[in-house]
Design a protein around this ligand. Structure first.
Ligand code: SF4
Length: 270
């Protein structure tokens, strides 16, 4: 951890919420990344705004003791259905991920979820740490290199084959509940849909979650955005996002389900 990050993390609360999730109910968030938003992607729809540190290098951002201490202060466990690691960027970048998950497991009696952008799944240490989670949701927004660049804007060293291979390796090893999360920004052409379905048929996840951006995106980092998609005020720089209608999302969900028979969830279909 560098000196600036260490200093800025002193007053940082690594535990937030619970926030209401359409997928998992009332979710207590754990942020292993800290004050500086850090991710190997810079997704065009990211609710954190433009990612401040674009990297695929793993490091310890928030010491496990800091998270342990924040978790021990939680008293309203009756309001919490699940605990989710996500927060201010890509949680698998946290080198202490396994330690954090082990620590959360000892303190909470709730299912533990990790939301990952899938870019580090080629690393066996990351896959091995993730095995401690009850549910892992892997992001898969793109099935072509062009889509990946346009939607996710990865760091230069990351490519689509590496991501897909990592997801497949993880599927083979992971015994927990595997969800694929896909953000849909525009109607898919038939070849994209076919490639997506073929990959899903090989992968056989436990479920697929489709979503589309529902509000404008604030461009500048705000800590509150890690839990809720904050409303853009007139003072904020924000951007309208491309999205599809909930009807189109439902049609897509049905098309995927008809072929794969894997449950497909989307906000209007729950
Ligand atoms: S992977 Fe998640 S945290 Fe990273 S840029 Fe995309 S939406 Fe934001």
């Amino acid at each position: 951890m560098n000196a600036i990050q260490s200093l800025s993390n002193q007053s940082f609360d690594s535990v937030y919420g619970p926030v209401k999730s359409w997928r998992y109910g009332k979710s207590l968030g754990i942020d292993p990344i800290g004050m500086v938003s850090t991710c190997s992607f810079n997704c065009v729809y990211c609710q954190l705004g433009n990612i401040q540190k674009h990297t695929h290098q793993r490091q310890i951002f928030v010491p496990t003791d800091h998270i342990l201490c924040d978790l021990q202060a939680i008293t309203n466990w009756e309001d919490i259905d699940v605990v989710t690691l996500s927060g201010s960027g890509e949680p698998t970048l946290a080198l202490n991920l396994a330690e954090i998950l082990a620590c959360v497991k000892t303190i909470t009696q709730r299912p533990i979820i990790v939301l990952t952008n899938s870019t580090l799944l080629g690393d066996y240490k990351v896959r091995s740490a993730l095995k401690l989670a009850d549910i892992v949701a892997v992001k898969l927004d793109a099935i072509s290199a062009k889509q990946l660049q346009r939607v996710n804007q990865p760091v230069a060293t990351i490519d689509l084959p590496e991501i897909l291979t990592g997801i497949e390796e993880f599927r083979q090893e992971y015994q927990g509940h595997l969800a694929v999360q896909t953000m849909v920004l525009s109607l898919w052409k038939p070849d994209i849909l076919q490639d997506y379905i073929q990959f899903i048929q090989r992968l056989l996840p436990d479920e697929i979650q489709l979503n589309t951006p529902s509000r404008p995106r604030v461009l500048v980092r705000q800590l509150d955005a890690r839990g809720n998609h904050i409303e853009a005020s007139s003072n904020d720089a924000y951007q309208q996002l491309r999205c599809v209608s909930s009807e189109d999302l439902c049609v897509l969900a049905q098309q995927i389900y008809n072929v794969t028979k894997i449950p497909v969830r989307c906000p209007s279909r729950n």
